[in-house]
Design a protein around this ligand. Structure first.
Ligand code: ADP
Length: 239
């Protein structure tokens, strides 16, 4: 029988993270073994404190595991020097956080261009703004934009360097439902058009219906992985 090789963006093996402060130890990750297939839109759900952000920060090269391995397309992140880790983040990972982190004195276009200047193979910043539906707002400053628009600029900024993966930690956490839906549509467009693996952490269980795959965290472990047979559109979910 012909064996099918699964292509994955990430594979973790016995991934553990323990935070130590004084006498106390917090076991944020207790040995996570999981594969994140390439090109999927993945939603991570789980109670607050279950380890989702810790997991995202470690696979994104922002934090280091206590033990275990993260393989990014076969490359063990623990084997990278600090300098290599910087290049790893810069070239492969687009981050989107709850806080948009735009530079207030720069226009939307200039905020996106900041990133394309240091990326090896960037797309035109205007094209990135077009994907998120903000071409007409390119010359506006963050203060002249709504929260949802600012978050879409942040998505365009992350996308413009053409990363393999977008890591999104509560991207709609500060937004109302109508605005959140527009932001999710932008992420789905990125996933669909460029095949970018998108991992989205959320508290909102209904967002899971948009995903190819839902990964549930509980108490520092993955408790369940669910593959959606059919996916809803952002307009069809109950926020
Ligand atoms: P989630 O994203 O699911 O809410 P986190 O990954 O943020 O969970 O946190 C997992 C656990 O690790 C929590 O108990 C949290 O308090 C703890 N934790 C996270 N970051 C730190 C840190 N820098 N120092 C100490 N404890 C931390």
């Amino acid at each position: 029988m012909k064996q099918q090789k699964m292509t994955y963006s990430f594979k973790t093996e016995s991934l553990k993270k323990t935070y130590v402060s004084g006498e106390t130890q917090v076991h944020a990750l207790r040995g996570v073994d999981i594969e994140i297939p390439s090109g999927e839109l993945i939603v991570m759900l789980g109670p607050s404190g279950s380890g989702k952000s810790t997991f995202l920060n470690i696979i994104g090269g922002l934090d280091q595991a206590t033990s275990g391995h993260v393989l990014f397309r076969g490359q063990d992140l623990a084997a990278l020097t600090n300098r290599e880790l910087t290049y790893y983040r810069r070239e492969n990972i687009g981050f989107v956080f709850q806080a948009y982190n735009l530079v207030p004195s720069l226009t939307a276009l200039e905020n996106v261009a900041l990133v394309t200047e240091i990326a090896p193979d960037p797309m035109d910043p205007m094209e990135a703004l077009e994907i998120v539906g903000l071409k007409e707002r390119a010359r506006h400053f963050p203060a002249q934009m709504s929260g949802g628009e600012q978050q879409r600029v942040a998505i365009a900024r992350a996308l413009a360097k053409q990363p393999e993966v977008m890591l999104c930690d509560e991207p709609t956490g500060a937004l109302d439902s109508a605005t959140g839906i527009v932001v999710l549509k932008a992420l789905m467009a990125v996933n669909q058009k460029y095949g970018t693996t998108c991992i989205i952490i959320t508290h909102n269980a209904s967002i899971a219906e948009l995903a190819h795959r839902v990964i549930y965290f509980a108490d520092g472990n993955v408790s369940q992985v669910k593959i959606n047979e059919s996916r809803k559109s952002p307009e069809a979910i109950n926020w």
